[in-house]
Write a protein that binds this ligand. Structure first.
Ligand code: ATP
Length: 248
């Protein structure tokens, strides 16, 4: 059967200043060799769940197993094989594309040779060869910066890669480059992307897990969800009165 890469188990997180929990007894599995879209509107609890996965935030109860290791106990064992690409780019204005790759590769503990090899492959896959010596502040718009941030996350071929809204705010062309990169590196990895775009989830993922108010609503392949929810009726999940998902 399919191997679970990341298992979220009865995860619960309630920030003190909030009226309701951000993650409410959430259990969901993410499989190896698959891209799973973690789909939900703003505030659904995606980033909070991902922060716990990455060991950046402690849950109130429940936990996450990454390749069998508990994030609350074995983060040092997880870290080597785990990458999180945060929602907001963490880049240095004056460092070039190549210098970012080298810096972050070494920070991850890769050898010089491995960092160089991975950097060149990723830069090529991202079509950033002609920007290799461009400082990040001169990269056009936020599209190329996003590409660089995502590329950095792939250094060292982590077993688990978590991308928080990888394509939010980028143009259609860049979105396609991002999706192509995810597909290129899909095998051997557990890839999780958060998104609030149904079209992105449908296009790029093998599996979709829909989260709402910190709870799992449903999960399955895009085909399965469409088949299940398209027979004679349409599922409309109304979220906070203004945000809709249509599974058609
Ligand atoms: N550090 C924090 N302190 C208090 N409340 C928080 C904190 N982080 C998140 N929240 C709240 O938890 C809820 C879930 O937020 P979260 O960022 O996990 O959702 P999300 O699905 O990732 O949304 P987005 O698409 O905006 O990133 C929101 O109501 C948010 O305001």
């Amino acid at each position: 059967g399919m191997e679970v890469g990341v298992a979220v188990k009865d995860l619960f997180k309630h920030f003190k200043n909030n009226p309701v929990p951000s993650v409410d007894h959430l259990s969901v599995d993410f499989y190896k060799n698959q891209i799973t879209a973690f789909l939900g509107h703003n505030g659904a609890g995606k980033s909070t769940t991902m922060s716990v996965m990455a060991g950046l935030l402690a849950a109130d109860s429940g936990t996450v197993y990454v390749n069998g290791y508990d994030v609350h106990k074995d983060m040092d064992k997880i870290r080597k094989n785990f990458s999180l690409c945060p929602q907001h780019d963490i880049l240095f204005d004056l460092l070039t594309v190549k210098q970012h790759m080298m810096f972050y590769g070494r920070l991850k503990g890769l050898t010089m040779a491995q960092t160089t090899k991975d950097s060149m492959a990723i830069i090529r896959d991202l079509n950033l060869i002609n920007k290799i010596n461009t400082p990040s502040r001169e990269l056009s718009g936020c599209g190329m910066k996003r590409l660089l941030s995502i590329g950095i996350a792939y250094l060292g071929s982590p077993l688990v890669i978590v991308l928080d809204e990888p394509s939010t705010g980028v143009d259609a062309h860049t979105r396609r480059s991002i999706w192509a990169l995810l597909q290129t590196y899909r095998n051997g990895q557990t890839t999780i992307i958060s998104t609030h775009a149904m079209d992105e989830a449908d296009y790029v993922s093998d599996r979709i897990a829909i989260i709402w108010k910190g709870q799992l609503i449903c999960s399955g392949s895009p085909m399965f969800l469409k088949k299940t929810f398209s027979k004679g009726y349409r599922l409309t999940v109304e979220l906070y009165g203004y945000y809709y998902y249509h599974i058609i």
